[in-house]
Design a protein around this ligand. Structure first.
Ligand code: GRF
Length: 203
């Protein structure tokens, strides 16, 4: 299986997935890493692993549709079975999303449907939540609202601020995302309508 990963920054989720692919000898590999920020750290990291890495500066494109067209041309060149958004901080046009629906997933740092959008950890703390976490979901036209593949839960401590909670959630993301990708790689997921069914052996 051919995986393309889209990032905007560090790419710590990218690294977790890459290591899982290699360590567990999956029949899958990351064939390219693309970013909307040409200076994203994750691009340099990918190149150091020998993975093709392309930066597409969204600022040089006339509008969102033009950027999305350039991005999908790059993606299609790789013929991916799965497109993984990992810390990708761009809202994608409905046409772009429709093109990859059913084979594009994202990770969001909250227990969706709670706290879609930004500043999720501070909002969870402000709301007095006792748990928080991360969600892997299929990407649909509605931001952060696609069919949920997997979730990880962490406690919110009285002593937490956004950074301490973010760190605890991110550590779980690095466990959760490789597991979700593994289910996809081994065809252990079935998507019927808005429900994701795990059809394979437990991970
Ligand atoms: C993570 O919190 C992830 O949930 C969000 O982007 C953040 C950074 O991800 N989508 P990464 O370290 O760039 O993988």
């Amino acid at each position: 299986k051919r995986i393309v990963v889209l990032i905007s920054g560090t790419g710590s989720n990218l690294q977790a997935i890459h290591h899982a692919c290699q360590a567990e000898g999956w029949p899958a590999r990351i064939v390219a890493v693309l970013s909307n920020k040409p200076d994203a750290d994750g691009l340099d990291w990918a190149r150091a692993q020998g993975i093709e890495a392309v930066g597409l500066d969204h600022r040089v494109h006339a509008d969102r549709a033009a950027f999305d067209a350039a991005l999908s041309a790059e993606i299609d060149r790789q013929q991916p079975d799965l497109v993984v958004l990992a810390g990708f901080m761009r809202i994608l046009t409905p046409a772009f999303v429709a093109r990859y629906e059913g084979r594009m997933i994202n990770i969001h740092p909250s227990l969706l449907p709670a706290f879609s959008g930004l500043h999720t950890h501070q909002r969870a703390i402000n709301a007095g939540c006792r748990v928080a976490g991360a969600t892997v979901h299929f990407v649909t036209a509605e931001l952060d609202h696609g069919p949920i593949v997997a979730q990880a839960v962490v406690p919110v401590l009285d002593s937490d601020d956004a950074p301490t909670l973010a760190r605890r959630v991110l550590a779980q993301e690095h466990r959760l995302y490789p597991m979700a990708v593994r289910w996809f790689v081994f065809d252990e997921l079935a998507l019927d309508g808005l429900r994701v069914r795990h059809t394979g052996a437990a991970a």
